[in-house]
Design a protein around this ligand. Sequence first.
Ligand code: ZN
Length: 185
Amino acid sequence: MKVTCPHCKRRIKLKRGEDYICKCNNKINYMHFFKKKVNYLVYLLDANIFIYSDKKKDMRNLSCKKVLKIKSSKIKIGTTDVILDEIKENENINIPDTLKIYKIGKISEYIKSLKTNYLKQPSKADLSLLQAAINHPEVKGIITYDKDFGRIAAKGIIQKKSSSGFWLGTASDFLRKYKIKVDVR
Ligand SMILES: [Zn+2]
């Protein structure tokens, strides 16, 4: 996130969750700028949310469809280009216009180090979600049914990098959290 130092007007690149001392000695508080700049939060959807949204007989189907229909100025849903690429062969999956798509270029060394230290068999899609969460301060959580991935992502990794808590849960956990009611046929 790029901000302007209120004292000397230098442009400064802040890393997620990290305060910074400007060259003019002014202390730049990350959360102060974050709250001013981003007035909505993004929850990333894992591939399984899209996949279950097309499985009518699955008990997770309705919750996943509801999550895909969320329209709110404060809460947005998103995913990565890597995930979309993974699910593109299923033409029945409905990709809503409201979805924010994060383009993940290279996976950073930091994420790669997690791969060897924390994650046993992470997919490219898993890594892309972690990368998006770390790169973008507005990303507040991940909606997924992958418990293994969830456990790891929630507890150690992203928490350390962000100053506020990172949320992780299933589509129905998410709807309960925000008490969202969406009409779905
Ligand atoms: Zn300054």
